[in-house]
Design a binder for this molecule. Structure first.
Ligand code: AMP
Ligand code: MG
Length: 341
């Protein structure tokens, strides 16, 4: 089993244990009320290359869980550059031409560009050619040469992406490869949550391999609890976060990587160098919008300890945990919530 599959399975296991604990407390507290018990549905599926858990409480929960999975699968088929029929694949294949896309693809790309601006380019949805050189996306992992890296870097620049809202079309420069892997999962989780909210759901949890968003609180009235993994030992939990109608996303260098000697080459690329970003081991972002949290977790990882903290502190409604080899920083608002809830 390769490392990626193993870490996905491991993550899945931890999440099953965590959500199992949440479910157990639900069971213990609500067991006498058969009606409430009957109306909880929890199910898992492999989507977006990871284990996705969906839990819904309330009427029609089973049908709603199915609808969420169906929606997520449809959206993955629009946004993944590894699905040949996807809209993002069409944009990449026809680089240099305008390509008509559906409104959600346009919205996601515009959000990706906005996150590029907010993070001063640390988050860049055009980093695809660099990722390909490192072999992320295929299983041919390798350390690229300096010259080819410079060639790929010349195709990177989110501000070169053009969006025509009136005609719902997108154009990227020839040679550029759009990659929404740093934001699409969070965006898809958000769409699932929106579907559930629109259906009137008051308690739910979607967990897409660590991109987690919840509606409401646990049945016992307490916030949901989400574990933040220890980057050195991803099977153990380093922090437990309370989550109340919020989202949490973690980016870590242990999620997708290969080793050459003692050097770890992972999947979060610093667009200013073309190399995997150095300095941090993991970044966890808490906020309202899982797509924004997803992009920020990647971006803060790239920005590193100092600039990453500065960005988090400048963004209202955003909390974070930054973990390096020797240190951890919990943003003040989150530290407060961890103590009081
Ligand atoms: P995440 O796991 O959310 O941190 O996202 C990592 C994924 O985002 C990678 O697998 C790539 O698809 C993509 N990616 C890597 N580096 C960047 C970057 N600097 N900006 C935007 N996307 C990136
Ligand atoms: Mg991300």
């Amino acid at each position: 089993m390769n490392l990626r599959k193993r870490s996905v399975l491991l993550l899945g296991l931890i999440l099953v244990v965590l959500s199992g604990a949440a479910f157990l407390s639900h069971y213990l507290i609500w067991a006498p009320q058969a009606k409430a018990q009957d109306s909880t549905t929890q199910s898992s599926m492999i989507l977006m290359d990871t284990v996705v858990d969906v839990r819904v409480d309330g009427p029609n929960s089973a049908a709603l869980v199915d609808r969420v999975f169906q929606l997520m699968a449809e959206l993955e088929n629009l946004f993944s550059r590894f699905v040949p029929e996807s809209e993002v694949s069409a944009i990449n294949r026809r680089a240099g031409e305008w390509v008509e896309v559906s409104p959600l693809t346009l919205e996601l790309i515009e959000l990706g560009m906005k996150m590029g601006r907010i993070t001063a380019g640390a988050f860049d949805i055009t980093v695809g050619a660099v990722l390909d050189l490192w072999g992320f996306g295929s299983d041919l992992r390798r350390v690229p040469g300096e010259e080819e890296l410079q060639g790929a870097l010349a195709t990177v620049g989110f501000d070169q992406v053009e969006v025509d809202r009136e005609n719902s079309a997108v154009r990227i420069p020839q040679g550029t490869i759009l990659d929404l892997g740093g934001i699409a999962k969070g965006f898809i989780v958000d769409q699932g949550i929106k579907l559930l909210r629109e259906a009137g759901v008051e308690r739910a949890l979607i967990n897409a391999g660590g991109d987690i968003s919840v509606i409401g609180r646990r049945p016992d009235g307490m916030p949901w609890r989400v574990g933040v993994q220890d980057p050195d030992q991803p099977s153990s939990i380093r922090f437990i976060l309370p989550l109340d109608d919020q989202s949490v996303v973690t980016s870590g260098d242990y999620q997708r990587y290969f080793m050459v000697g003692n050097e770890r080459y992972h999947h979060i690329i610093d667009p200013s160098t073309g190399y995997p970003a150095r300095g941090l081991r993991s970044v966890t972002i808490v906020g309202d919008d899982p797509a924004v949290c997803d992009a920020l977790s990647t971006a803060v990882f790239v920005l590193g300890w100092e600039k990453g903290r500065t960005l988090v502190e400048a963004l209202p409604g955003i909390e974070a945990i930054l973990i390096s080899d020797t240190d951890a920083w919990v943003s003040p608002g989150l530290a407060q919530a961890m103590v009081t809830q």
